[in-house]
Ligand binder design. Structure first.
Ligand code: ADP
Ligand code: ZN
Ligand code: ZN
Length: 734
């Protein structure tokens, strides 16, 4: 480690959105990577020493460092921060902020009044109360501060006050279990014996761990093949050799079933990191990872930014999942940034998926990643038979709708209805899948064609029956339901089908079946999802109807029929990844069927049964489908055979926005072998009353587009009230 002595001028990176580091004077010795306290414009920060000072400022302009903390980021992390910054075009300080994002990590725990939930309360269980109960459950029912309850349950301060007043929340003196609650001694319980295929895969990863050095493995196994147990083997090897291990997964895959499997395998529950933890917990886990006391964490994408010491293995489960792409606070892809980190520090990464993304498949084809395949379901469970239902031939059967103004057209065809009936009669369970929230996506006047749209966004509003309101899925604004057209006085009617309407239809057609729906509106938290999952496992439900929340991770042995109501939905639109994503999603959903002793079947309702996606799914021919899709992308120079950078420019005033975009267009550089498209109106031109324009920069596989974009944007001054968002490798084209 490079050491500096007292009096030396060093560069300190500050965790904020704009900086690349400021110079300070040391008043005691410290090394590169060491955390220090200093002030910027009189505000205190904890920053990180990243090298010798280089500002050339006169001595008297340079401030002293207030305090050197006894903590460091590993040197490899500094390299990671700067390379991640160069790739994503996030300033280095913004990347550091992802790591140093636990503001009170270095202050003693505050002494706030804590509360526990009174489980004996006789008060009625409202939605708010349920949300609070779930917030406690997400933190093992440990006592919480009022601020935590508010943040995690997403309820208002007055809701919390009322619950304190009426005794649902009880003041308590007991502190949360400090640190020790999260620090476990793991062991390999030896309860799992891998089959031959699993063993072969595990052996390769383990030898990579033993040999050390960077390597990427794609654990490519069909649903139910037991990928988890294979990467558990690898995790154990790395952990047992003294390294730290990160198991990264999408939030919706952090299921109770997963936790149980982890505990069975390693003898103690995992340390779990996600966005719904109390401030105290975040602090304890963050510090535990920093000190090296916590060396194994299961978490969502933000767990990548814990202050890891001696990281020796990262597993990215469901590597193709869209949730790894962060889009609000900076734009990074957690899978790719994990690989970058492993490359710099020199350790292996395991990507696991039944439907790897095109980017990953290309890296396998190029010999950069090694594929390990699991071709059969564990324990000999059969793969489900998958078939399409041509909805043009098998029209959905109308049903009797309870609401007079809703159409009763129905969305479930006779073929699917019969299959549901047979499955229920056999005492087995059904899952229906539709990726559309609410009741009706369109509310339209039958006479003049007027459509209810959000006043702040250029999108239509969806009718949500449970809420009894119209909801904008872009900004969350609600409005009363409209019965009479404001333009012509005609009758407004509901069109299209959302998940709530499917439930209505199912209840009308199968009045004796016990049904539940699962979508992000109806499920306040992972805990409420777990309750439904437990009901499903316990046989208390016959039909579970869900959006993509249900597509992953769950293992219901008695679930033998999966029906997808509208399989075509993802195929429309202009996104070049539409076919890939539809394939992945349908394949994941299909993988829920027949995981136990009884074989399952999958029915996909579609208007275009001849689309290559359906041929591929029904014949389990992923490889030729992806090969075809990728050949088309290669011909069009689209990723993964080309690169894209999107620049979204948002402005409150249309004229200012247009002027700035025109100036940028005039200053556009000549891209040798690439092109700049735009400015054009973004697909959704208005969100929350801000107007949006877009440039798209396309270049070849090896082009270095980032520096060109940086220099280009520097040429034109950004006016007030304009936001410029750079998205390297965009996944979302709205
Ligand atoms: P995948 O993630 O590949 O879809 P899972 O890891 O969920 O598959 O495994 C499917 C089921 O098989 C799980 O219930 C899992 O516990 C079980 N299983 C897989 N491998 C083994 C093994 N070697 N020994 C015992 N059970 C296993
Ligand atoms: Zn009208
Ligand atoms: Zn809106």
């Amino acid at each position: 480690m490079i050491m500096f002595k007292s009096g030396d001028i060093v560069k300190v990176l500050i965790p904020n959105a704009i900086n690349t580091g400021y110079d300070y004077r040391l008043v005691s010795a410290a090394g590169v990577g060491q955390m220090v306290r200093c002030t910027v414009m009189n505000r205190p920060y904890v920053g990180v020493i990243c090298g010798p000072g280089d500002s050339g400022l006169p001595e008297n302009k340079i401030k002293n460092i207030s305090d050197v903390l006894p903590y460091s980021l590993p040197a490899a992390d500094l390299g990671w921060i700067s390379q991640m910054s160069a790739w994503t075009l996030m300033p280095p300080g913004a990347v550091l902020r992802l790591i140093l994002n636990v503001p009170d990590a270095f202050t003693p725990p505050r002494t706030e009044q804590l509360y526990s939930f009174d489980f004996n309360t006789t008060a009625r269980m409202t939605d708010n109360r349920q949300a609070v109960l779930d917030a406690f459950a997400a933190n093992d029912n440990e006592p919480m501060s009022a601020a935590d309850i508010q943040n995690i349950a997403r309820v208002s301060a007055s809701v919390v006050r009322t619950m304190i007043k009426n005794g649902t929340l009880l003041p308590t003196d007991s502190r949360p279990v400090a640190g020790g609650g999260f620090i476990h001694k793991y062991s390999d319980t030896g309860t799992v014996v891998l089959n031959d295929e699993q063993q072969a895969a595990a052996k390769q990863i383990i030898s990579a761990i033993d040999n050390g050095g960077f390597a990427v493995y794609l654990l490519d196994g069909i649903t139910g093949s037991g990928k988890t147990q294979v990467y558990f083997d690898a995790a154990w090897r790395a952990y047992n050799s003294g390294a730290s291990v990160l198991l990264m997964m999408p939030e919706i895959a952090l299921t109770a079933q997963f936790m149980t499997r982890f505990e069975q395998r390693f003898g103690a529950p995992p340390v779990v990191w996600h966005s719904n933890l109390t401030a105290a917990r975040r602090r304890e886990i963050w510090r535990g990872v920093l000190s090296g006391d916590i060396r194994m964490v299961v978490g969502t994408r933000s767990a990548l930014f814990l202050p890891w010491q001696n990281l020796g293995l990262i597993v990215v489960d469901e590597e193709h999942d869209g949730s790894y792409k962060q889009e609000d606070m900076g734009n990074y892809h957690a899978r790719d940034m994990a690989i970058l980190r492993a490359k710099i520090a020199g350790f292996p990464v395991v990507l696991a998926s039944a439907t790897p993304g095109a980017e990953t498949l290309k890296n396998v084809a190029d010999g950069k990643y090694r594929a390990l395949r699991l071709t059969s379901r564990y324990g000999g469970a059969m793969l489900p038979a998958i078939a399409t239902i041509d909805i043009r031939e098998h029209r959905p059967v109308p049903y009797r709708a309870p609401r007079a103004d809703a159409d009763s057209d129905g969305a479930i065809s006779d073929v699917l209805a019969r299959a549901i009936g047979d499955t229920l009669a056999a005492g087995q369970q059904v899952m229906l899948f539709i990726n559309r929230r609410g009741f009706a996506p369109i509310v339209q006047c039958k006479k003049c064609g007027w459509v209810a749209t959000c006043p702040d966004c250029s999108v239509g509003m969806t009718y949500h029956k449970r809420m009894g309101k119209l909801l904008c899925h872009m900004c969350g604004r609600t409005a009363p339901m409209v019965d009479v057209c404001p333009d012509c006085g005609g009758r407004a009617s509901m069109r299209g089908v959302g998940i709530e309407k499917i439930q209505e239809e199912v209840m009308a057609k199968f009045p004796n079946a016990r049904t539940a729906i699962v979508s992000s509106d109806t499920i306040a938290s992972r805990q409420s999802l777990e309750r439904l999952v437990a009901k499903m496992e316990g046989g208390e439900l016959d039909i579970i109807i869900g959006t993509q929340i249900l597509a992953k991770g769950h293992h219901f042995p008695n679930l033998t029929l999966v029906g997808v109501v509208d399989s075509d939905m993802g195929l429309f639109g202009t996104d070049f990844r539409a076919a890939e994503h539809t394939f992945q999603q349908l394949f994941q959903v299909a993988g829920r069927a027949g995981r136990g002793a009884i074989p399952g079947r999958v029915m996909l309702q579609t208007y275009q049964p001849d689309h290559p996606v359906f041929n591929a799914i029904c014949s389990y021919d992923r490889d030729s489908f992806m090969a075809q899709d990728m050949a088309a992308r290669r011909a069009a120079n689209m990723p993964p055979y080309g690169q894209l950078i999107a620049i979204i420019i948002e402005g409150e005033k249309e004229s200012v926005l247009q002027k700035y975009c025109a100036e940028l267009a005039a200053a556009a550089p000549d891209l040798h072998g690439g092109k700049i498209m735009g400015p054009i109106a973004a697909q959704i031109y208005q969100i929350r009353n801000w107007y949006r324009m877009r440039f798209l920069i396309a270049g070849g596989e090896t082009a270095r587009l980032q520096p060109v974009v940086t220099r280009w944007l520097e040429k034109v001054r950004v006016p007030a009230n304009i936001r410029v968002k750079i998205d390297v490798g965009p996944q979302n084209f709205m």
